[in-house]
Design a protein around this ligand. Sequence first.
Ligand SMILES: [Zn+2]
Length: 297
Amino acid sequence: MAWYPGAVKMELQPESDSQPAIKPTQFILHSIVAPWTPQRTYEYWRDSTNLESHFGLGYDGTLGQYIGTETRADATGAANRRADGTGAVSLESASNLQASDPWTAAQVETLIKLGVWLHEKHGIPLRICRNASDPGFGYHRLFTAWNPDGHSCPGDARVKQFKEVVFPGIVARATGTTPPPEETHMPLTNADGDLVLDRFLAADKFDAPADATDYSDDPSKPGHYWSGRTVFRDLVTRVRNLTKSTDSLHSKIDALPVLAMTDAQIAALASAVAANPALAEQIAEKVAVKLAERLAD
Ligand SMILES: [Zn+2]
């Protein structure tokens, strides 16, 4: 029998003596759907049911142990003890009456410490169980074999915490590494936005166009890179100039004299072109030259 030094020993009898030994290969977390202290959980196991977990965790992070970790406890269905003598260490934790609240920071810290101890003491491997009998770490609803009644235990918030905080915390603590920081989505303030914009405009990181008057081939010279501000000023200037020149082009086109041909002249031209297809090309060339002359005025 093994008793965790970080827990208050509240040995549950007769189960502690009467239940068979296990080789602990898994650690499985539960929520007890009541805001109970370890003492209250102990009384519940002792007085109201023949079920029990190895550990009970209060909201304040205090821990009680009711059964040694090498003795079967009955909280997790088929994982309590398998035919090969392996079994799961189980922990019930205080929760609200819907088991919808997350573990408190104090609970998380106790879970991580206990997880590290179980890894070191019993060699429970640092992985999430891949199937119901696979050695590792898990939570009650992870496998139907553990949870034949289909409870949502330990609740959505705690399943998320298990994956993102508790299990990575156990691994980090046991291996002496720091887990990657949890991804957070911080809203961008107006001041942040201004700062990003200022940096963008001030950054001399844009390739200057080679036809710029101060362009330099040499990346160490000022003319080689432009700031964001210069790029945008150049773009705006070019677009405005382009608008001016197309406006002027349009007014010149509008001013061109309208061709005043009679229907008879058009018919004559059409039959001339039909008789001599090369004529059409000559006419088009002449018209294009005339047009270009007019537009250049
Ligand atoms: Zn459970």
